[in-house]
Structures are given as structure tokens and as C-alpha cells.
Design a protein around this ligand. Sequence first.
Ligand code: IVH
Length: 696
Amino acid sequence: MIMDVPQDKAQRAQALRETLDRYNREYYVLDAPSVPDAEYDRLFQELQALEAEYPQLLTPDSPTQRVGGAALSELSPVTHRVPMLSINTETDKSAQGALSFDARVRRSLGLDESDPPVEYAAELKFDGLAINLRYEHGLLVQAATRGDGQTGEDVTHNVRTIDQIPLRLLGNSPPVIEVRGEIYMRRDAFERLNARQRSMGAKTFVNPRNTAAGAIRQLDPTIARQRPLSFFAYGLGESQGWTRPSSHAAMLDALAGFGFPVCTHRCVTEGPEGLIAFHAKIEALRPDLPYDIDGVVYKVNDFALQEELGFVSREPRWAVAHKYPAQEEMTRVLDVDIQVGRTGALTPVARLQPVFVGGVTVTNATLHNEDEVRRKDVRIGDWVIVRRAGDVIPEVVSSVPDRRDGSECEFVMPTECPICGSHAVRGEDEAVTRCSGGLFCPAQRKQALIHFAGRKAMDIEGLGDKLIEQLVDNAIVKTPADLYKLGVLGLAGLERMAEKSAANVVAAIEKSRHTTLQRFIFALGIRNVGEATARDLARYFGSMDAVMTAELDALQAVPDVGPVVAQSIHDFFAEPHNREVIEQLRAAGVDWPEHEPAQAPDGPLVGKTLVVTGTLPAMTRDDAKAMIEAAGGKVAGSVSKKTDYLIAGEAAGSKLDKAQQLGVTILDEAGLRALVSDAVSTDATSDEAPPQKNLF
Ligand code: IVH
């Protein structure tokens, strides 16, 4: 027991030291942080505050007394000739942060109100990793990480792979100069890298900073080379035989002259007002910057004044980092809900313990789809890292498996829609699971009704989005069939519904009762069934019953209906709710003329897809099309892997090129004729009955 220190405080300080030590090692030594920076900063500040209140608690090995972690043994250690220090962080509200820094500087310099304002250099605080680049006689001889500030690691082999870092300085170079700055990864480079990882089925990276840090500390430089890194210079280490400029701003200009990238978002200003304006300007710019920053840095511009101010403990008195709200925070997943979107897509959404991130309180974040939940290994009850960069929708970056206590449970994608109980189906090559409830599902109902009433569907004039919303919200209309039960009374009392307009809407609904099969099929809003497909289905099957009972094969026989579309149609009618709504609509008097189904296709080209292009010598393209369809084949508009034959005439263009690329068989008009008769003769030699005679 330490005298005068409450036991709980002493225990807390001990626990904080241990936790921070571990986080430090994970972050600096292993490049595998398990918590976001903001969490680390918070614990660090808590420990600092405890040590300030009870100085007896301060131990020489406290994380507050050193900078970062020790060097890894695999890379050789480098002792910094000039220690690489850290900067004090100001987290106060925008104006206050700059004001208190200025006040501290003035006090330390012994300035009073009558003295002129201090000149500052303001720049960005890049979110990457600090590096010391040593040049001797203009040649890059060594690059070292910061490590613990005294000793870093030799990473020259990786740094040499960074195009932005000069291997030889421009102009007259001093015998020795050490340039310091930040290695970082641009957001677009990071996105590209992750897209590549995904396409290879490999693990994706968490954020640009960790990716850059991980690359720099690789033993094999080819890995760093594959991760495009960038660099900004912002400081100096040792120098010999060089007359250093007299200010920070002049030094940055000199570094730019040596060939280093120096960020252009910087300014020299007097007093705290300019700093405040810079802070605000950069905050507005932050979402559009091509790289991550976590704040701005203010530095006393004049080097002589910097020397006068000196250091306190591990930090210079002449600089401060003024941070922005963290873009990453840690919180818990209380539950995972399912949101049903317009098209019936079921999206898992993490309900979060409210957390302040990126300047707003976030209570939920999308998990996109089932695969993303697995990839990020997010479980209900997990601690997760939540990111909100710029105006982007908050997202869960990853889980923090270290923090599990065994009570977490895996998320299971429901097999039924949580809103309506219909089957939820995930297509074979799709990431999205969808509710098959269609018209029946309330979440999809509004959208479905809007579509149903649309001009190209049932064409119900006056039944607009606003009205449909009210009808659904007031539970007046649940399915399109309910529309036909609506009287003027049902509409009266709704917002902006005078008796006259109510009567008009009712009349429009009445009028829509007598429609066409094509309009009716389109109005159902079956996925992948647009106007043209609805027309083809109506023409081909002739009646609603025939469409509803068609098997996949029969559906695919319809011109332009492929396996995907056929499956959507089949799924839609397999759902009892959908059939029920159709029955109700018929019972409500919705009708259309029907006809006998077209003859089932037959002929030598059944199952074959052909594309016709160019000018054929003896037939029009429509003739060719008719010939192919009569032989049971399908005619498609564009060449793809699924094309069996391209029929090419004179002046065939890009379709011919594409077919050649894809190795599609290319025939001329004679070839087409031969194909039709050839196929006939092949079939005719078989034991089966000769195929039905076609038009040609
Ligand atoms: S100056 C003695 N300027 O922030 C001052 N640092 O906490 C030395 N950083 O290790 C640092 N942008 O990784 C400085 N414009 C900037 C910076 C910057 C980012 C990082 C750097 C450093 C840490 C200090």
C-alpha cells in the first residue's frame, strides 16, 4: 500500500499500465493493434491524470514515460542521434485548443499582452508512421522507424521501394542530413489493395495506417513494393555541415528543394486566430483529402524561439497536435437486426451501444451481407471497431476477438423474412439474401404498390407515392387487391384528400380493372421482369395460369429469358402469398384477355443462342431471326460467353471482334442455312422421330 493513495486508485493505475503496455506492444512491435487509437488515448490520458493527481504512482516504466514500443529483433536496431519525440495532443474544442496552446507558449516565453503575436506554422497531422531518413553526401544511407524514440528499426530496404522518397538529394547536399516525416498509404491505394485481396479470396486490411506500418516492417522488401506507400516530410534529425534555415516554414521549403514531398496544406500565421481558422478549414477539407489525417499540428515557426521553449518530459513545448474527432471508435454489438430493403434484400445491421465517432453519435452500422459478417467475424455481444470517415455511412471495420468472454453468439442469417415470414433466398452467385414475400411483405409493400400503380403497369392515375405511403401506414391497404376494395370513404380523411380527388382516384382504380396480361405481369414487380419480359411472357404463355405453373425449362424457352430471369419468375410464383394476392386481384374483378399458349419450341436449334450482325447477302436480319426462332433457337442482342453462334454478314463490327475474342463459332448466311439443315439431317439419322418440319 502506498501512503495517501486510495487503494482503488493504485490498482487502477497498475491495471492501466499493464493494459497500455500490451496495447503498445501490439501497436508498435507487432503491428496488430487490437483497439482503436481513441481507446488507447483515453486510457493513456486516464493514467496521466492519475499520475498527476498522485505523483507517488508514477513509475519509471510507466507508458507515460516513454514513446512507443521496443524494436523487433529481426530488424537491426538503430539508435537515433537526435531522439524522435512525440507531440502533446490538444483535444479541446476547436478554438479552445489553439487558444490554450498559444497561452502556454506566451507564458513560457515570458510574453505579456503588449508583446506582438507569436508566429506559427500550421500543417496536417498525417495518420501514418514516422520515419527518419539519413542522407550522407546526398545519398540515402539509412531509414529507421521511430521505435521507442531512442532506438528504432532499420527499414532501409523497404523505404528504398517508396517512389516518393529520393534516393539522392537534389542540388547541393550537406555531408549529413536526417529528414523526418510520415510514411502513409493513400485511400485509393488502400481500396485497390483490398479489392485485389478480395478477388484472391485473401484477408483484407483494416485501415491504411496499419497497412503502411505493416509493409514497412516486413523483412522482405518485395511486399512493401506491392503496397504503394507515400511520404510527406515535416521535420529534421541530425545535420552536419548545413546552415539550417531559421524557421520551420523555411526548412520545409528547403526540404521540398531537396526533392521531398511536402504537403501543400500548410500556412504561416500570427497568433491563435490563424490557427483556429486553419483548424476549421482543414476539418471541412478532411473528407475530400486522398489520405487520412487525425488532426492538425501547430508549431512555433522561429527555430530560435523553439530552442528557447525546449521540451517538457518527452514533448516539445513549441508544438501541439490539435485532433479532430476520431473516425474509429470501439463499442459493443448489442444485437444484429435485419433490415428489409426496397427490393427485398435482407441487410444485417449491427445495433451498437451508442458511441461518438467522426463527430456524431452512432447507434447502428451496416454489416452489408452475410459474407461480410463472416469475413469480419462479428458476433452478437462482440466489441467492434466502428469507422465513420467523412460523410460515409458508419461501418463495422472488424471485431476485437481479444475482448470476448465466451458469451458472444454467432449471427445466423434468417431463412425467413423477419417482417413477413416469407422464405428468404440467397441466389447461388449472390451475396445478398432476399425476402421472397414480394407483394406480401410490408417492407416491400409501399414500393411494390408504387410500381403496381405505375403508368406502364396498372396505370392508376392520381395514386402517387404520398398517397400510397399513407394508405400503407394507416393499414388501409396491405396488398394491391385492397386497392380495389377502396371506396371514396376509405380515402376521405387522408391528408390532402378532398372528396373530389378521392372520387377521381377511385374512378382511376375502377378503370384499371380491365387491363392486359402484359401489364398485369409487369405490375406484379417480379425481380428481373421488366416491360419487355412481361410482354414476352404474356405472348408466349397466353394466360396467367400458364405463366404461374411454368417450370424452369418452359420459362427459359421464352425468347430472351435466361436462367437468372427464369429462376426469379419461378421463385415468385412458388411463394403462396404471391399466388394468394393474384387470386384476390382476380376475385376483385381485375381481368385481361387470354389466349392459347404458343407452340412449345422444337427444332434443331433448341437450347442454342445466336447473335446476328452485319448485312446478310440474301435475307434481312429479321428473316434470319425468324429462321432461328422457327428452328427453336434464341436470338440475343449481344455476344457473351453464352453465345453459341455469331451469324456475321457484311460490315460486321464490334460483335465480330467480341465473338473472336471469346472463341464463339462464327458463321455466314450459308453457314446458318447449313446449320439449320445440318442439324436437321443429324437429328433425322437418329432413331427418334424426325423433328417437326419448320418453316425453312
Ligand atoms: S512533428 C517533435 N509533424 O505524430 C515533433 N509529427 O505524436 C515531432 N505526425 O511521431 C513530430 N504528422 O508520426 C509532426 N506534421 C507533423 C506530423 C507528425 C503526423 C505524427 C508523427 C509523430 C507523431 C507525434
